[in-house]
Design a protein around this ligand. Structure first.
Ligand SMILES: [Zn+2]
Length: 380
């Protein structure tokens, strides 16, 4: 018995040792596991509140997009930080960097590219000439698979907030997304031009709800664990349209669908109409077609929405296949929403590039060539 006691103690000691090792191992694994989970804290999200300062974005009776964007961006920051994610805000005040749109956009892009953020979410408010379209809608850069997946996840969550919304994700050559090296989306959280959406955009609780949906979309996307790589910048933006034979007697004009669904409609004008323009100085047949197209867009006998502002001043010249289209600066306010800019440019491209002898469309604001009109899209 006396001899066995130390053996028991020995066994007890071994037992303690095994238990101790087990506990140590268990505590280590408990310790190691949170480290893996904590990786979430290494994920940085760029939250970009669109517009600011002298650029109000879209507006309705003094209710301005820039203010709504910033508020929702703050809510989004708070929610994401509560989830353990890092957030970098591109602006936290009502400012435009250097009071210059290009400098301001460049600064936002620099912030995105100098961080090792996982993704960028730009908050905007949509506008449409008719009050009908409503609902959140997410845009991604053409050809970006990651951008598309992120857009889809956020869209799914936005649709849950508005059961009768039919809006869907759209691709486009968005300036900010093109220049950012990380996947990104533009989230148009609703239409300031729609009465119901406008009420939602005025309500604190609805804005929080929208921010929560965007945050959920981001989290759903991150779970997909899509590897982050530099975006392919060499994608073609619009499909090639076959040249339409204008000697066939029709001038096809593309315009924006009244419902704001994101579709384009086509309106054919009979060439007979050209006789009315015989006294105009335009020299060539194609130039007459361009002039006619601009006239119809401007004077607006289209059943839908022309892709150009009504009664605005714009001019053109056609040289070596390049169609130079000149806008007065006011035009940028017409294009103050992503949707309008996207659809208008698609309509203009479809209309003018379908004319024989027109190979490129170059847009000028106040006689300066621009690669963006309102800062949403990048024009090649
Ligand atoms: Zn905007």
């Amino acid at each position: 018995m006396i001899i066995r006691l130390p053996r028991n103690e020995k066994l007890f000691f071994i037992f303690v040792l095994i238990l101790g090792s087990f506990l140590l191992f268990a505590s280590l694994s408990i310790f190691i596991w949170p480290v893996k989970v904590l990786k979430k804290q290494d994920i940085t999200i760029i939250v970009d509140a669109g517009h600011g300062g002298k650029d109000p974005g879209s507006s309705y009776n003094g209710f301005q997009e820039k203010d709504i964007n910033l508020e929702v961006a703050f809510y989004l920051q708070e929610i994401l930080q509560d989830e353990g994610l890092k957030v970098v805000m591109t602006r936290t005040e009502d400012i435009m960097f250097n009071n210059n749109r290009q400098d301001d956009l460049k600064r936002r892009i620099d912030i995105a590219n100098s961080s090792d953020a996982a993704l960028l979410v730009s908050i905007h408010v949509n506008k449409f000439p008719s009050p009908k379209p409503f609902g959140g809608e997410v845009y991604y850069f053409t050809g970006s698979e990651q951008g598309k997946q992120l857009a889809q996840k956020i869209q799914e969550n936005l649709l849950k907030l508005q059961k009768n919304s039919y809006r869907s994700i759209k691709e486009g050559n968005f300036y900010l997304l093109k220049k950012s090296k990380i996947p990104g989306v533009i989230v148009e959280i609703g239409f300031i031009s729609n009465p119901k959406d406008r009420e939602r955009l005025k309500s604190e609780s609805s804005k929080r709800e929208i921010a929560r949906a965007v945050a959920q979309g981001i989290k759903d996307y991150l779970v997909l664990d899509v590897p982050v790589t530099v975006q392919d910048q060499q994608v073609s933006v619009y499909p090639e349209y076959s040249k339409i034979d204008l000697m066939g007697g029709l001038l096809p004009l593309f315009y924006i669908c009244q419902e704001g669904s994101g579709d384009l409609k086509r309106h054919d004008i009979k060439v007979d109409y050209l006789k009315m323009l015989q006294d105009t100085p335009a020299a060539s047949f194609v130039e007459k077609k361009i002039e006619l197209a601009l006239l119809v867009y401007r004077e607006g006998d289209l059943a839908g929405i022309a892709p150009l502002p009504e009664n605005a001043n714009y001019d053109f010249s056609l040289r070596d296949g390049d169609l130079h289209l000149f806008f007065e600066l006011d035009a940028k306010y017409f294009f103050s929403s992503s949707l309008m800019e996207l659809l208008a440019l698609q309509a203009l491209k479809k209309t003018f590039l379908s004319l024989p002898g027109v190979n490129r469309l170059i847009i000028y604001l106040d006689e300066r060539p621009v690669n963006t009109i309102s800062g949403h899209l990048f024009i090649d």
